[in-house]
Design a protein. Structure first.
Length: 476
């Protein structure tokens, strides 16, 4: 599981997740901006600052003597005292005195008052400024002046050195020192919600192990992709069949031509190779891929036998419009005859037949092996449609009599861990895997090349575009 997770963790996928969720991220950012702005508007408050300036003296007698001249040494000593006064200024003992003297002990705690008071020394002087910040300008002024009243005696008494003199009284502030910025809070909310939503989408997106690009298959498994099959896109007016036929698109025909070429030349030393078409789960295009491979091979004049060995949930008869007894009846009875039918697409078919209760047992027996070995003398290639190996064991029962497996994966459907599981099971059974069919790729994907080739060589059906253009001209 960690292997799969870390394979997911790369820049391209991260950018893809962000790109695919960008509208949701923007929506969350707008919501966050609205929440932040609303908070600032309704819950925010202005802060007012009142201040009082004091002078420190190294000698307490200097505080009451306006005619004395202070030398440099006295100033330096006083500056050292300011550090001590500033520390004691926010002590619990001194602040309790301030609250009692101001009569605000019911409105503030010592801790709350500590957060409202600060001090700053004026450079190269023995003076320092005490600041009081509060949402109530009158309280800010009252606290500052109360400090000015008791500091010369109480602060000096606590420090036990020097002296203090108040230079001016605190004035009532009329303008806010700091206002809650609605724009700033809206910006913080937008960025916060946007980032958190992006992180959330990344977290869940990196846990999504569905295959979405060809290179992910190539990076994860050391097995080649032998063909890339485009997604068949139907419209309300035109219902396109996924089965190869005269009306199939150039892209579809070319995709199976590529697979056909690979299968034809990969096992040239074997007279009649037997390929098992397998997927991890249903809905990945296994049966359609198997039928189209058989059809494409038959178009070259080869004798092809298609065996529907998906005995539990067969779709072959429905897709081909055929009926009759099939493999399950033949394997389940010593008296039943093998029913090989001719399809309308140039290859012979053994249908799955009626759904048996012991599908795995029938496929594990020797009779189907005898059947396959016997038919190798009559055909150039045999294609076997197998049950999804992620659901039942049936598809793995034939590992010993198949030339090779062809694994079908579907874009945005197949999961890495499911595919890894069946590959591991096949390898444990000493089975061979010749490659992947990458199914359901969007023709708009950058991994898809046949669209450009079709347009270049004039294989694209432009009739719909011509009709649309004529309608536009007529409308004008």
């Amino acid at each position: 599981m960690f292997k799969i997770f870390f394979a997911n963790l790369h820049l391209e996928k991260i950018l893809w997740i962000i790109k695919s969720k960008i509208l949701y991220i923007i929506m969350f950012a707008l919501v966050g901006g609205a929440v932040g702005g609303a908070y600032a508007l309704f819950m925010g408050q202005d802060l007012y600052r009142s201040e009082i300036t004091m002078t420190a003296f190294s000698n307490p007698d200097y505080a009451n003597d306006s005619g004395i001249n202070i030398n440099v040494s006295d100033v330096q000593s006083a500056q050292q005292l300011i550090t001590s006064y500033s520390s004691v200024l926010t002590s619990s003992i001194f602040l309790n005195d301030v609250l009692e003297a101001s009569g605000l002990q019911d409105q503030y705690s010592v801790l709350a008052l500590q957060r409202r008071i600060s001090a700053r020394q004026i450079t190269n002087t023995s003076m320092f400024v005490i600041y009081v910040v509060d949402p109530n300008p009158m309280n800010a002024q009252l606290i500052a002046n109360t400090i000015g009243e008791i500091a010369p005696t109480r602060l000096v008494g606590l420090v036990k050195s020097g002296g203090l003199q108040v230079l001016d009284e605190a004035k009532l502030p009329t303008e806010p020192y700091e206002s809650t910025s609605t724009i700033l809070f809206a910006l913080i909310g937008a960025v916060g919600f946007g980032v958190m939503s992006a992180v959330g989408f990344l977290f869940f997106g990196l846990q999504d192990t569905r295959i979405r690009r060809k290179y992910e298959v190539e990076d994860m498994f050391n097995i080649p992709i032998i063909g890339t099959v485009p997604l068949v896109e139907s419209t309300d007016k035109v219902k396109k069949s996924p089965i190869l036929g005269e009306n199939s698109s150039f892209e579809m025909r070319e995709a199976y031509n590529e697979i056909r070429t690979f299968l034809t030349f990969s096992k040239r030393d074997e007279k009649c190779p037997v390929y098992g078409i397998l997927s991890a789960d249903k809905g990945e295009g296994k049966t359609v891929s198997a039928l189209n491979i058989a059809s494409s091979l038959a178009n070259t004049g080869k004798k092809i036998l298609f065996i529907d060995a998906d005995l539990r949930e067969s779709r072959t008869a429905e897709v081909l419009g055929m009926s009759g007894t099939g493999l399950s009846e033949y394997l389940g009875s010593d008296e039943a005859e093998l029913n090989i039918q001719r399809s309308g697409r140039g290859f012979d078919v053994i249908l799955a037949g009626a759904k048996p209760s012991n599908a795995a047992d029938l496929l594990a027996g020797g009779k189907i092996r005898e059947l396959i070995n016997a038919q190798k003398e009559n055909y150039d290639m045999i294609i076997v449609d197998l049950a999804p190996a992620g659901r039942v064991i049936d598809g793995l029962e034939l590992a010993d009599c198949l030339t090779s497996y062809v694994l079908v994966v579907r874009e945005m459907v197949t999961k890495f861990e499911r595919e890894e599981m069946i590959i591991r099971n096949i390898e444990e059974l000493k089975g061979d895997i010749c490659g992947f069919i990458y199914n359901g790729i969007s023709t708009k994907s950058e991994d898809y090349n046949y669209k450009k080739a079709a347009e270049k060589y004039g294989f694209v059906d432009t009739s719909a575009k011509v009709v649309s253009a004529k309608k536009k001209v007529a409308a004008r």
